[in-house]
Structures are given as structure tokens and as C-alpha cells.
Design a protein around this ligand. Structure first.
Ligand code: ZN
Length: 539
């Protein structure tokens, strides 16, 4: 192998998260991997045996690069050209105004796409319908997705172009009809997936450009590995996969992608033997699918009724048998399965399916995941531990939606143990954290802050027993997250032989006031020994 120059990173405290040498002063890197870690003099003596250069980090704390274990980078990359319709706008009128601005610069007939609409967080406190969007334009088809990505809104022209009529039947989805039997413009679950699938595709060059912009945003937050959850859920999956593989071939990936595919797409990859396929920068990972919707959309499957609707428990998207068959199928093939569950009934259906798959085919180290698992009980967590399933919790949920979970969706008791990271610590279960971008803006320190403090936007402490320490939050984004991406041996710690992925923070997060965790700054992000992000004022 061609031996390139060695690079010595020094001038910061190095927290390695390795038991062998927890703290160090310098790290030497070559060919994108770590050669050695130690004191500055030791490392410089080693580097001097060949060509080398030194990068002075100028204070701060160097950690292993952060690993995102659930978000939708390609979907987020699409949003970069879409209209933000989130709760910060405050009302439907303000959202209509934002969409109108986009219409001014969009030729007639071209789709206007919006994202992030949150019915219960704006003053109107309702879903939109086609009339809300027809007022803005009857010449542009409009599709707005809900913040949960489990529902959306379409105007009349859009419904016509999608061919969504009173007779449309979509398995696992719904085109909602009014009392006259006409579509209202409100579409649910797989109807939204189908709508995205029918949109005119972006060119591959445009997708590559958007993915590169999105990766730069992740790098700004210290992320060096990301999961792209559920490719095929929306957009054009083959173009997205081609864009990723092309960026990888051109060595233009500034973070390492770990792709999850919906079952339909995985089915095609399996035919070509392409799962676990990839490079240091891109891995075709596991299969990802949904078993329920969202708690705040009343579409999560709960064991007991919703707080404000005690007789309503939501429902599973598939039957127990279908869930078992799917999990069993991929488990038997040695493919990682990551399952979206929000309600405790959905988690139950999935955990028992993993139990029967493991009973039938034996335990394999497949790093199965429950994505969100917001309402899992301690008993369910113990069964997950036996199956080797890692939960990934949506930490900022408690901050952003916690007050509404408390008062409306699931009530005080169940809200206090949502996203039970504290239980995982007590039961010694590895877990990871995520913010599900584009559902919430990409952030690692904001996510750690939420898991450590559990304070809602309304200022309420929600579940003090489920708080975790900054160190545990750090491990959730490094060592534990690594195994969710098949990287338990080559990322998540600063050790010889591992990938040279680091993040430099301006402070040591274990020595920072927990209430100021989200103010800690990322000064630099290094992926494969290359500086992929550097704060302007940090040199
Ligand atoms: Zn997601």
C-alpha cells in the first residue's frame, strides 16, 4: 500500500473512550487510520521516522467522531430546496405566505414541496386540507409533509397529478375522504410514500450536490458517520443509491454513510448479493421498516389508550404475523433489521418477533435496532438485551413535544419514562440517541443536552430518573453508536487501527455545566484524517 505522509494531531486533550489509554496528548494518522496514540513526545518520535506534518489543534477536547444512528440524510438533502413549514412559523397563514414566496420563483406546473408541518404546535391546531393549499395556487401542484413524515397534504392539482381519487386504495396508507367521498387533500402513511414516489425525479448531479451540502451540515455538528434510514421511503431510491456510490467512487464523501433500505429495495439488493456491500465511506447496511406511526399523530400503537382519547390505542401498520415473517426472513439471512416503533404495543410486536426469529435461527450478532422505542418498559428492555437489540432514542422528543405528551397524548406518568435512557444505564443495555433529521435540525450536542437534562420547552423536568450523565450521552454517540453501523471494531474510539475520525470541541463535556451542554461548540471535524469542517474563528 502507498504510504502517505503521517499527520500528528496535537494541542488538545484527547479523550479516547478506550480502556487501554483513556487520555492522550497526540494522535498520529496515516492512510486515513490511526497509527498510534500517546504523549506528544512519544508520538512525535514515532512520526519523525518518516514524512510527517503536525496539526496544532489549539486547545479544546478531541473525541472520536460522532456517529448518527438514525436520520434521513438524503431526505434532508432534498429539503434544502423545499419550503420549511414547521412550527416556528406559528400559523397556517404564515405557512401559506412562505409557500407563496416559493411560488413566485417557480414555473407553473412545477411541484412545490414543503416539510415539517406540525398541526398540534401551531395556533390553528389542525391538519390542513386541499382548500388551504388551493388558495395559494391552482397552477402549481403542492405537497406538504407532516413533521412525522407519516402524513401529508396535497392541493387539488396535486391530487389530480398523483391520480389520488375517491377510489384510490393503498395498502398501509390512506387517501382521506370527506363526507361526500372526495379526497380532502390529507394523506396518510403509504399514501405519502406513494406520492413522493410519483414526483418528477431530480437529476443525479443535483442529488449529489444536495447530499454533499447535507453532509457538510452534519460535519458542522461533529458527525463523521451517519445512517440514512429507510431509503425508498420517499424520493427516487435508485438515483439516491447511484448518487452515493458515485460520490464514494469519486472520494467525495466527507462522512461515512450507512444506508438502511425499505424491504422492497433490500429485496432487490439481496438478489445481487449486495447487502453489507461498500467501502470505508459507504456501507449498504440493514433493512428498515415501520410498524406504527407517531404518538403526536395518534398513529402510534399503544398498549393502553391515549391520555386525551382513553378509548383509542392506535394500531399496528401490519399484522403480528406479517411483522414476524419480515423479521424472521431478514434475520435468517444475516441482515440487520432496524424497526421503527413508537408505541409500546408496536415495540411488543417487534420484540416478540425477534424472540421467535432468534429461537428459530439462533442468535447472531446482527445489531438489530429499535428506532425510537419511545415507550418501552424496563421488562421490554431486558428482553431486548437478551436479543442483542439496541434501542435508539429520539432524545429531543422530550424537549420539543414533552409538554404536549404530558397534557394530551400520553399523560404525566408515561411521559416521565419516554425514551428511557436512564433505564438502559441501570440495566446495562447499550443505547444510542438521534434527532431524526429532517424531523428536527441536525445536532449532536443539542441531542446530548436533551437526554442529560430532560427539560421540556415549557420548562418542565420530565422524568428525572431517565436522565443520563454527559459521559453516557457521549458513549451513545460513539462506542454504542458504532455497533449500530457495523463499526464496532473500526470507529467510536481513538485507538490504533481504527478510522481517523475525530471531533474537536471547545470544552470537555464532562467538565461542563450540564445545562450548558448544547452551547459547547464544534471547532473541527476530521474524517479519515482530513479536516472536513473547521469553525472560522477557531484558528
Ligand atoms: Zn426517521
Amino acid at each position: 500500500m502507498l504510504v502517505r505522509e503521517k499527520i500528528v494531531f496535537t494541542g488538545a486533550d484527547i479523550v479516547t473512550l478506550s480502556e487501554k489509554l483513556p487520555h492522550a496528548q497526540a494522535v498520529c494518522v496515516s492512510n486515513g487510520r490511526i497509527d498510534c496514540v500517546g504523549s506528544e513526545s512519544e508520538i512525535l518520535n514515532y512520526a519523525k521516522m518518516g514524512n510527517y506534518r503536525v496539526v496544532q489543534l489549539q486547545r479544546g477536547t478531541l473525541y472520536p467522531g460522532f456517529i448518527d444512528t438514525h436520520s434521513h440524510l438524503s431526505m434532508y438533502s432534498n429539503c434544502l430546496d423545499q419550503v420549511y413549514c414547521g412550527s416556528e412559523l406559528g400559523s397556517i397563514a404564515a405557512i401559506q405566505e412562505e409557500i407563496s414566496k416559493k411560488i413566485l420563483t417557480t414555473p407553473e406546473g412545477e411541484w412545490i414541496i414543503g416539510y415539517g408541518y406540525d398541526d398540534s404546535a401551531i395556533q390553528d391546531n389542525r391538519h390542513m386540507d386541499k382548500q388551504d393549499l388551493d388558495i395559494i395556487s391552482t397552477k402549481h401542484p403542492i405537497l406538504i409533509s407532516h413533521i412525522s413524515n407519516h402524513m401529508g397534504y396535497v392541493n387539488t392539482l396535486g391530487l389530480n397529478l398523483l391520480n389520488f381519487t375517491s377510489k384510490t386504495k393503498i395498502p398501509g396508507g390512506k387517501v382521506v375522504l370527506d363526507e361526500h367521498g372526495d379526497p380532502t387533500g390529507f394523506i396518510l402513511e403509504n399514501a405519502l410514500v406513494s406520492a413522493f414516489g410519483k414526483l418528477p425525479p431530480l437529476t443525479e448531479e443535483k442529488i449529489k450536490e444536495n447530499i454533499t451540502r447535507a453532509i457538510a451540515d452534519y460535519n458542522k455538528n461533529g458527525i463523521t458517520t451517519f445512517q440514512d434510514g429507510a431509503i425508498g421511503f420517499n424520493g427516487n431510491p435508485s438515483a439516491i443509491i447511484r448518487a452515493y456510490t458515485s460520490l464514494d467512487r469519486e472520494r467525495k464523501m466527507n462522512a461515512r454513510g450507512y444506508l438502511h433500505f425499505i424491504p422492497d429495495i433490500m429485496e432487490q439488493l439481496v438478489q445481487f448479493g449486495l447487502w453489507k456491500f461498500g467501502s470505508d465511506y459507504l456501507t449498504f447496511g440493514g433493512v428498515k421498516y415501520f410498524t406504527d406511526g407517531s404518538i403526536q399523530g395518534f398513529t402510534a400503537a399503544l398498549k393502553d389508550g391515549y391520555y386525551s382519547r382513553p378509548n383509542f390505542k392506535g394500531a399496528l401498520l401490519y399484522s403480528q404475523k406479517e411483522i414476524e415473517n419480515l423479521i424472521s426472513k431478514y434475520h435468517s439471512m444475516g441482515i440487520q433489521v432496524a424497526v421503527h416503533t413508537n408505541g409500546d404495543a408496536a415495540s411488543e410486536a417487534v420484540i416478540s418477533s425477534f424472540e421467535s426469529a432468534i429461537k428459530k435461527y439462533g442468535t447472531k450478532e446482527l445489531h438489530h435496532m429499535l428506532i425510537h422505542a419511545q415507550m418501552v418498559s424496563d421488562a421490554q428492555l431486558e428482553r431486548m438485551k437478551t436479543c442483542g437489540i439496541t434501542p435508539s432514542f429520539f432524545s429531543r422528543h422530550i424537549e420539543v413535544w414533552g409538554d404536549r405528551h404530558y397534557s394530551t397524548f400520553i399523560g404525566p406518568q408515561r411521559t416521565a419514562r419516554m425514551n428511557p435512557a436512564g433505564s438502559c444505564v441501570r440495566l446495562q443495555i447499550p443505547f444510542s440517541l438521534h434527532v431524526d433529521t429532517p424531523v428536527l435540525p441536525v445536532t449532536v450536542l443539542g441531542s446530548m443536552h436533551a437526554a442529560v437534562n430532560r427539560i421540556s420547552n415549557g420548562g418542565r423536568l420530565l422524568g428525572e430518573n431517565q436522565r443520563i450523565s454527559p459521559r453516557q450521552a457521549l458513549e451513545a454517540y460513539t462506542v454504542h453508536a458504532a455497533s449500530c453501523c457495523g463499526g464496532e471494531n473500526d470507529r467510536g474510539k481513538i485507538e490504533p487501527g481504527r478510522l481517523a475520525d475525530f471531533v474537536l470541541l471547545d470544552k470537555n463535556i464532562e467538565k461542563t455545566d450540564p445545562l450548558k451542554l448544547r452551547d459547547v461548540q464544534v471547532k473541527m471535524t476530521i474524517c479519515g484524517g482530513n479536516i472536513v469542517f473547521q469553525r472560522k474563528d477557531s484558528q
